[in-house]
Design a protein around this ligand. Structure first.
Ligand code: NAD
Length: 250
């Protein structure tokens, strides 16, 4: 990691009072959940346009649940990594005001984050009946699938759908609005582990920057918004974030 860039990031954080973290799949790879675009990731094995597409789900819901059978235990077995925990510490320092996440894995909440966690792409926390809106525990629904129920349905007969937003499905508007509001208010916006290719989530760093925030990008690979950033720290978020939040610790 570039030491000059690191010192600059520490200085920016020290002078900031309204930090917003924006996390993507890369924030959770060190917890053992693979990201989308790295080789060997989930989507090299399951075509997202078939297994995680909203319109396909309405016609052939069993495909989604096939993917869910593999993915759900892996997501629930994962534990927060030092990057998630560093964000909890930044919150305790009174700086972090919100987390905007593209992740559905609930690892920020399980790490102990108490600031609003705005889940742009929904959550594995629950499933919902598309007819009556009843909520179900995801683990219970997946257990039903494992026991042979190919297409789980509510008692009202409606299809049960994952709380995670599928491709082609609208994002939760209230959550998106709230996320934009935090981006506008932030004085420091930290992107962590996102390729920044998924829209409209990738507009948020731009909104934050044009509203006057400093932009820090912590990512293993280059992103196409690196040129906008005040600081780019290349590497693993689980290594970098604890050092950023506690720069005096060895
Ligand atoms: P992405 O897969 O497009 O990009 C991940 C980025 O993280 C890459 O640029 C990679 O270089 C970087 N990265 C990987 N490991 C890293 C690490 N340890 N430290 C720092 N950077 C690291 O992910 P995205 O931008 O979040 O977009 C993909 C979509 O994937 C999102 O919509 C999200 O909903 C979904 N997704 C979520 C999860 C999850 O909940 N954990 C997992 C897979 C995919």
């Amino acid at each position: 990691m570039d030491e000059a860039q690191f010192s600059r990031a520490v200085e920016i954080l020290r002078g900031s009072e309204y930090v917003v973290a924006f996390t993507g799949a890369g924030a959770s790879t060190e917890s053992g959940i693979s990201d989308f675009r790295s080789p060997g990731g989930i989507w090299s094995r399951y075509d997202p346009n078939l297994y995680a597409n909203y319109h396909v789900f309405l016609e052939r819901p069993h495909l989604y649940w096939e993917l869910a059978l593999e993915l759900t235990p892996a997501v629930f077995a994962a534990k927060p990594n030092p990057g998630h925990l560093a964000l909890v510490d930044l919150e305790k320092q009174g700086k972090l005001r919100a987390i905007i996440t593209q992740n559905i894995d609930t690892l920020h909440q399980r790490a102990g984050s108490e600031v609003p966690v705005l889940e742009l792409h929904g959550t594995y926390g629950h499933c919902t009946c598309l007819e009556c809106g009843k909520e179900f525990s995801r683990l219970d629904v997946v257990e039903r699938v494992r026991n042979g129920e190919r297409v789980p349905r509510c008692t009202c007969g409606g299809l049960i759908k994952s709380g995670a937003v599928l491709f082609g499905e609208p994002m939760p508007l209230r959550v998106v609005d709230e996320a934009y509001e935090h981006a506008r208010r932030s004085d420091c916006f930290v992107v962590i582990g996102s390729s920044l290719v998924v829209s409209p989530a990738n507009q948020m760093p731009i909104v934050a920057k044009s509203s006057g925030a400093r932009l820090i990008i912590v990512n293993r690979d280059p992103t196409h918004l690196d040129h906008l950033a005040d600081v780019v720290l290349r590497g693993k978020s689980g290594d970098i974030l604890p050092k950023l939040v506690h720069p005096w610790r060895e």
